[in-house]
Ligand binder design. Structure first.
Ligand SMILES: Cc1ncc(COP(=O)(O)O)c(C=O)c1O
Length: 414
């Protein structure tokens, strides 16, 4: 996504250094053309309905862009639901899931006439039914199943094993059928699953498809009119060279083999796949130091701006903007936060750097800004969207003054 012109890095037609002249680092940049190309390729290859998992990058501009491209939205909180509505997503293209829906959340979702609420427990099914009854409505629901599939991904992003907290255990289908006989204010129209992020193994997709087909049939046999079968998100994203690449065509061929002549509509709810490779985080080097023979580059971005390396040991390729020095140095790149885990990468070879130089942390369009925090009372980064030769700030950075202004000192401490 980044190319160099006269030794200066560009995204689309925009110079990254030009953005850095008018914006305080760290900041995120997203490429609109890259997102559009990725969405179109996914849609064309899978030929299924796409619900963008808003959690991956919930900036209003990104949700709006997805809606313009024809995507629906998969939301997991009332906040995300409100975001999708405000960004202009057609409510009939919004799916509301999440394992912790309060009665207030459910009432709100019902009032917005969305496509469906995906139920994640029998208790929730009963509560949705009671709330719909009180409002004298019959509302469409889906059931999120836990198909007990090991996605062969890292534990912290696995969601589809029997022992994970998500979805309803498929061994409890008999209980669901029984409850559905009494819950007259809900209308079951779909089933869904999501077994985890970063899925690459085609056998895993094949297992998901087969189990979902089998489960859809069990619901149909019980007289439910299943219109939608949602096969989840989790499409794998390549974060470094020589890493696996997910072959969408193989996913599609497994789909076709499994779902020949079915009467329901198939959908996916990807987040990461659509935005991860379309984003970068730009940071400045605050200081350079040698501790015990380790050359540290300390940057103004840290685990407060991008937590994935500290949380999951996730890898992001790093690039120095200034490559003018021929001397290569093995650097450990770390953030400014007072935590030893605040490290982006160790022993990476970069041209010798100076304080103030810019570094680019790549493939940070998903689960980057959305997981940023104010830890150590540091501000939040700006987000910038680039399209052709233009760029626009789509999220204003939050500084420490604004942060402090959200606290109140009670009068007895004054
Ligand atoms: C229910 C659900 N759907 C979709 C996704 C999107 O996953 P990914 O970003 O890996 O595509 C998630 C991610 O956690 C999820 O929990």
């Amino acid at each position: 996504m980044i190319y160099y012109h006269n030794n200066k890095p560009f995204i689309e037609g925009v110079s990254i250094e030009e953005i850095a002249r008018s914006h305080v680092t760290p900041f995120y940049i997203y490429s609109q053309n890259k997102i559009e190309d990725t969405f179109k390729k996914l849609k064309r290859t899978l030929n299924a309905e796409i619900f963008y998992a808003v959690k991956a990058n919930s900036n209003q501009a990104i949700i709006k862009l997805m809606a313009t491209l024809g995507a629906g939205a998969d939301v997991v909180s009332v906040g995300e639901l409100e975001r999708a509505i405000v960004a202009g997503v057609n409510p009939k293209k919004i799916i509301f899931e999440g394992i912790g829906k309060t009665n207030k959340d459910i009432s709100f979702a019902i009032s917005k006439n969305i496509r469906l609420i995906n139920v994640e427990s029998i208790d929730e099914l009963q509560r949705i039914n009671s709330i719909a009854f009180e409002q004298n409505k019959i509302i469409d629901i889906g059931i999120r199943l836990n198909p007990n599939i090991d996605g062969h991904t890292i534990d912290k992003i696995s969601t589809g094993k029997k022992t994970d907290k998500f979805g309803i255990d498929t061994e409890k289908l008999a209980d669901i059928f029984q409850v559905l006989e009494t819950t007259k204010n809900v209308n079951l129209i779909g089933i869904s699953c999501h077994v985890g992020s970063q899925l690459f193994n085609i056998n895993v997709f094949s297992e998901i498809f087969k189990k979902m087909k089998k489960n859809a049939q069990l619901f149909i046999d019980k007289g439910h009119s299943i219109k939608h079968v949602d096969l989840g998100g989790g499409l794998g994203v390549t974060y470094q060279q020589n890493e696996k690449v997910l072959k969408l065509e193989l996913v599609k061929s497994e789909m076709d083999k499994c779902f020949e002549n079915v009467a329901y509509q198939l959908s996916f709810e990807p987040g990461r796949y659509l935005v991860a490779n379309a984003g970068i985080l730009v940071t400045s080097i605050i200081t350079i130091k040698d501790n015990g023979g380790i050359n540290f580059l300390i940057t103004d971005a840290g685990m407060h701006s991008l937590i994935r390396p500290a949380l999951y040991r996730a890898h992001h390729d790093l690039e120095a903007v200034d490559k003018s020095n021929n001397e290569l140095i093995a650097y450990t790149v770390a953030g400014p936060i007072c935590e030893s885990s605040d490290i982006f990468d160790k022993d990476i070879s970069l041209p010798k750097q100076k304080v103030g130089n810019l570094l680019i942390i790549k493939d940070t369009g998903a689960y980057g800004k959305v997981m940023a925090s104010n830890y150590n009372s540091r501000g939040l980064p700006a987000e910038i969207l680039v399209r052709n030769n233009a760029f626009s700030q789509i999220h204003k950075p939050l500084n420490s003054q604004e942060l402090i202004s959200q606290d109140t000192i009670p009068e007895w401490l004054d």
